[in-house]
Write a protein of this length. Structure first.
Length: 366
């Protein structure tokens, strides 16, 4: 008698749709992590060149949801790792149908395959926020991480032309927009891991921000690394926002103290503040020269990023708040965790509100 692993290998080579569906039911019955891995394998494999391989892949991709919400993340990771056109196409289609609450319109959802019928995809549980939120997160991760050299990744954009659900198509489009902003839960996790690493140096943080500029400003127009102000002044970053305002950014180490125990700015924070203001003053005093490189620059805002706000006690938090209020409109001092939290909030709001077009076309009436 063949093992499930052997049956999956056989199905890849010479199975038909009914065989694959029955095999997935056997995986349901085993219902463990090994069975899930085999179902994901069936969802992503090429089936030896079968003409209707997409049908096989789609019923297996659907089958994955038997194991619950969180397996969508595992399916996303496997898709990114494989980076196959057809896998990207099928998985992003599935995710967009779940995120848009139109799973019942997913291709092959109406055919008489026993493993699909057992899922009861018309169940309202698939429309609950627990499912749709995870599907949006994974959809963004997949869209951001695959075909990175392509402006219009074919494995994703093809779904926009052949989808049976307009809502699912809009969710694919929304995920593509997030690709431009470079926002993703996996990217934020990498930033969190770097902040928590004992090995990190200031240059590591700088280089990460260079590669992930959305952390400095999610909706920036341009960001310069190490721009030169005159002969001697070199801030870490200069941000040009979409409204044509400018921000000078000075970063320090993530492991230094923002405030002293007495609630005063630490020496390193004071030094970084002074540097940022020097950059600002240079831009003001040399506005004609500065505007040649930075069109429209006028009294740039200053942002100092240093330490972690989570390490401040209640008194220090209040004193930092007072300090920032005293320089409002000129300078703000924040921790690296502030950058993380702002980017996380941006991603959360994109997931909660950015996938539905009406949110951008309507105001809320009282």
């Amino acid at each position: 008698m063949l093992s499930l692993v052997e049956k999956v290998s056989l199905a890849e080579r010479e199975g038909n749709l009914e065989d694959v569906s029955s095999l997935i039911v056997e995986l349901y019955e085993q219902n463990d992590e090994a069975a899930l891995d085999l179902c994901i394998k069936l969802a992503l494999c090429e089936y030896g060149g079968h003409t209707y391989k997409s049908d096989f892949q789609n019923i297996a991709a659907l089958g994955v949801i038997h194991w619950g919400i969180q397996v969508l993340r595992k399916l996303g990771v496997a898709t990114i790792s494989l980076s196959s056109y057809r896998a990207i196409n099928n998985v992003t289609r599935l995710l967009s149908h779940i995120s848009s609450k139109t799973l019942s319109l997913f291709p092959l959802s109406h055919i008489r395959c026993i493993n699909v019928e057992m899922l009861n995809i018309f169940d309202e549980k698939y429309q609950k926020s627990e499912w749709t939120t995870v599907a949006k997160e994974v959809l963004i991760d997949v869209v951001k991480s695959v075909e990175t050299n392509e402006k219009f990744p074919i494995g994703i954009t093809v779904n926009m032309g052949f989808s049976t659900s307009e809502a699912a198509t809009e969710h694919i489009f929304a995920a593509l927009i997030s690709r431009w902003f470079n926002l993703s839960s996996s990217g934020l996790k990498q930033f969190s891991d770097l902040l928590n690493s004992d090995e990190k140096q200031e240059i590591d943080l700088h280089n990460f921000l260079v590669s992930n500029p959305y952390l400095l400003e999610p909706f920036h127009a341009q960001i310069w690394s190490k721009p030169r102000f005159g002969e001697d002044l070199v801030p870490d970053f200069m941000i040009r926002s979409m409204d044509n305002s400018y921000t000078v950014v000075e970063i320090e180490k993530a492991d230094v103290q923002i405030m002293t125990r007495a609630g005063e700015l630490s020496a390193k924070t004071t030094h970084a503040k002074r540097q940022a203001l020097d950059f600002r003053n240079w831009a003001i005093n040399n506005s004609l020269y500065a505007s040649q490189k930075y069109p429209g620059i006028y009294r740039p805002y200053c942002l100092v990023v240093i330490g972690r706000e989570s390490e401040l006690n209640e008194m220090q938090v209040e004193r930092l708040k007072q300090e920032n209020e005293s320089t409002q409109g000129v300078l703000k001092i924040v921790g690296f965790d502030w950058l993380f939290n702002r980017a996380q909030s941006t991603l959360n709001n994109m997931i909660d509100y950015g996938f539905d077009r009406h949110n951008f076309q309507e105001t809320i009436g009282e």
